[in-house]
Unconditional design. Structure first.
Length: 63
């Protein structure tokens, strides 16, 4: 099973921004520990691959 990129530029930017925002909010004590879930969109945005997208046959990558 290869990890073909399935996340496009806009999707990637949003994932990284949301992930970083959630992690920062947790570190600043603005929200609870649940916001560490921000690691997921940050990671998927960084590697340009979403396993859930693959499972349901979605891609936002136009390349």
């Amino acid at each position: 099973m290869t990890m073909n990129e399935n996340i496009g530029t806009v999707d990637r930017a949003l994932r990284v921004a949301v992930g970083l925002s959630l992690i920062a909010a947790t570190l600043l004590g603005l929200v609870g520990q649940w916001a560490w879930i921000g690691v997921v969109p940050l990671l998927t945005g960084t590697i340009k691959f979403c396993p859930l997208y693959r499972a349901v046959g979605i891609t936002t990558n136009s390349d």
